[in-house]
Design a binder for this molecule. Structure first.
Ligand SMILES: *[C@@H]1O[C@H](CO)[C@@H](O)[C@H](O)[C@H]1NC(C)=O
Length: 478
């Protein structure tokens, strides 16, 4: 059954970074393959939990009508977390189902990085390909671009193209042809990372009608939402009922960009902001990793539902493999959980413990010093180091917490007032997390499948460098 699946995507998306389009074909085309579901992962960049209208209906500003519709026809996950609070580690954990301490990716790769996601790691697309899936990627990779680190090899093995748009508002068309195969399409949007390039109004000569400084973010958000709507429409037309779309974010808003940063909603990290530091991207405050998430699969995921199960982007890996009937290689250890029952059957039990790795704002990259269990969240370290700046440039200072700071998110979503150390509630939680943390660190220390990433850089590794060309930006990406 040959199908043609066409996506029309505005080139505004292309303006924001290097876009890769990779497509692979697997020879096999057997009956059982046609029964396997298709998967579309849409990963937004630097989006805030509060940017999704459906997350804050009382403050609805109507910037995300298509995502709201997808939530109304699917499942909104309100306690879903990016696996890290910056780009590369988050993406690596999504694609491997493992913490950075295992997959080796604990901070961002640079434009001059000679390597990327360690070659010893196995990615979700690679495993789905082996099971007969047709895998494709559009968008931002940020896990290495040289030689074998290139997404051509990590996502797929054939037909690789880089699209370089000539100018704004140009339409780009992708055609994803299926040959009786299920597919995985990984769309890693450049939205909502700065620089933001929202479309101009239809009458482009009317410069007075360009979005004002304060509307740039909202206009870009609406554009991103429109892309999500276009993908959903194309998917509904092509194979409705057999395609799961999973929308989420790579980390929280880049707060220091002020009006160009997204909204953390009620997750304001007040303990930190009252001490001058940022509490979103790079940090392990909720604003750094709680991301807007919607899962949509008509006929399979109950419509108009919400789950507050504690979940992570690392869960995409085991969940999609489970839905595809694929068993991950047993010689390595994973940190994601199979969320199939939460998606399809209204089950509400997610992670018993979830660790939020240091992502540059405090401590050593990748270390697991912030822990969530139930409604409680504990910090062994807060503050500066790589410095998550608040809007205006202020940073907090690094503080070690022994005993840890523990907040109860049920009563204190803004993480403002830690529990009193002497209380029974504190004591019970502190003991549980300390024990679990020991266990996990031991598990990682004895894990023979741990990878080490090579973070060295070389001028010759820079693919191109021209500040006037958005696709060749040669300053550090966040
Ligand atoms: C979805 O649920 C909300 C809240 O329960 C309700 O107000 C709304 O009408 C529902 N929408 C649809 C399309 O069923």
């Amino acid at each position: 059954m040959a199908e043609v699946f066409t996506l029309l995507l505005m080139a505004g998306m292309l303006m924001c970074g290097l876009l890769l389009h990779t497509v692979s074909q697997h020879g096999a085309s057997v009956d059982e393959l046609s029964k396997k579901p298709n998967f579309i992962i849409i990963l937004a960049d630097d989006i805030g939990w509060g940017d999704l209208d459906a997350n804050q209906p009382e403050q609805k500003v109507n910037n995300t009508p298509y995502l709201n519709l997808m939530a109304e026809q699917g499942l909104r996950l309100t306690d879903f977390h990016s696996p890290a609070s910056t780009c590369s580690p988050s993406r690596a954990a999504i694609l491997t189902g493992r913490y950075g301490l295992r997959n080796g990716v604990t901070h961002n790769f640079a434009v001059g990085s000679v390597a990327g996601l360690p070659l010893s790691e196995v990615t979700l697309p690679q495993l789905l390909q082996k099971a007969g899936y047709y895998t494709a990627m559009i968008g931002k990779w940020h896990l290495g671009h040289n030689g074998p680190y290139n997404p051509t090899y990590r996502v797929t093995s054939k037909h690789y193209k880089v699209y370089i748009p000539a100018r704004k508002n140009e339409m780009a068309t992708w055609t994803l042809k299926q040959r009786g195969q299920p597919y995985l399409l990984y769309i890693a949007l450049a939205h909502m990372h700065v620089p933001l390039a929202p479309p101009l109004p239809p009458d482009a000569s009317a410069t007075a009608r360009r979005p004002g400084d304060c509307q740039v973010y909202a206009a870009s958000l609406r554009e991103m939402d429109g892309l999500v709507g276009a993908v959903k429409r194309a998917s509904d037309d092509a194979d409705k009922g057999n395609t799961l779309i999973w929308f989420t974010g790579d980390n929280g808003p880049w707060e220091q960009k002020c009006q160009y940063a997204g909204s953390v909603g009620p997750f304001m990290g007040k303990w930190q902001t009252s001490r001058g530091g940022g509490s979103a991207k790079q940090t392990t405050w909720e604003g750094g990793h709680r991301v807007p998430t919607v899962a949509y699969w008509p006929g399979r995921i109950p419509a108009n539902t919400t789950s507050s199960a504690l979940l992570s982007g690392m869960d995409i890996f085991p969940t999609l493999l489970s839905l595809a009937g694929v068993t991950p290689p047993s010689e390595r250890r994973y940190d994601g959980i199979d969320a199939t029952d939460i998606l399809l059957r209204g089950e509400h039990v997610g992670h018993e413990f979830l660790f939020h790795p240091n992502s540059g704002a405090a401590g050593k990259f990748g270390d697991l010093q912030t822990i969530r269990t139930g409604t409680h969240k504990a910090f062994y370290i807060t503050g500066k180091l790589g410095a998550a700046e608040a809007c205006g440039g202020a940073t907090g200072r690094q503080q070690l917490h022994d005993p840890p700071l523990i907040f109860n998110l049920d009563r204190d979503r803004a993480e403002e007032t830690p529990l009193e150390v002497g209380t029974p509630e504190y004591q019970v939680v502190a003991e549980r997390i300390a024990r679990r943390r020991e266990e996990l660190l031991w598990d990682i220390a004895t894990d023979k499948s741990v990878s080490t990433a090579d973070y060295s850089t070389e001028q010759s590794a820079v693919p191109c460098c021209d500040p006037t060309q958005p696709v060749c930006r040669c300053y550090t990406l966040g």
